[in-house]
Design a protein around this ligand. Sequence first.
Ligand SMILES: O=C(O)CCC(=O)C(=O)O
Length: 254
Amino acid sequence: MTQQSPARLAGLDKTQCETFRRDGFLHPVDVMPETEAKALRAQIEALEARKHGRLSGLTRAKPHLLLPYLWDVVHDARILDKVGSLLGPDIICIGSSVIDKPARSDGYVAWHQDATFWGLTENQGATAWLALSDVTSGSGAMQAIPGTHARQLRHLDTADDKNMLGAREAVDSQPDLSRAVWMMLKPGQMSLHHPLVLHGSGPNASDDRRLGFVIRYTSARVRQEEAPRRWCAAGTWRRSPLKSGQRRKWTRRH
Ligand SMILES: O=C(O)CCC(=O)C(=O)O
């Protein structure tokens, strides 16, 4: 796997791991310099320009399978080392997406738990939400409610097309919004969230788009029970033994 930054150890520290386990999410986590995130954004925008200004839904779903520069992000040790701190050395990628909220748009993401439709054998996972633009309360940052990752809640179809979720779903109960935490990010930072933590986001009222590249990782022992044939793995990784002062290498397993 290509190394993209100078040798260093880049796992989460103990406090960060404890925060994720306690709250079900963690932010902000530095991944790459702002300039690098902006260069990724520019690559996506160059592609959009060639595709009449907007990526199709098909291209935005699992785009790392189409676009080498996003494949590299999925495999980037600066992300894998941190996800590995939470999930252990064997990790699988079960999906990715480019999530876009255009400037001054009214799309929102209703309060939900990601695992609702995933059908996983266990919720040993973490979503890495990498910011490619400024993510603020005004641009529609995600919010999450600490400690809601302990159990699966019932969801319903909101029948609202402004709800950007695939099944227009929302949790079937009123979340305690007084406990909600904003997950604001600068370009190049990510948040990490558990498959069961309750989260959502509002419209983008800012003059810039809110753009994120989102990668779903689980432990490699996790299987999809309900639709095994649609299990969509881009590969699993094994972590090399840690040697003092060296960067860890991740190699692909088949
Ligand atoms: O991008 C957002 O606002 C929400 C994304 C989300 O729900 C997720 O990544 O699980």
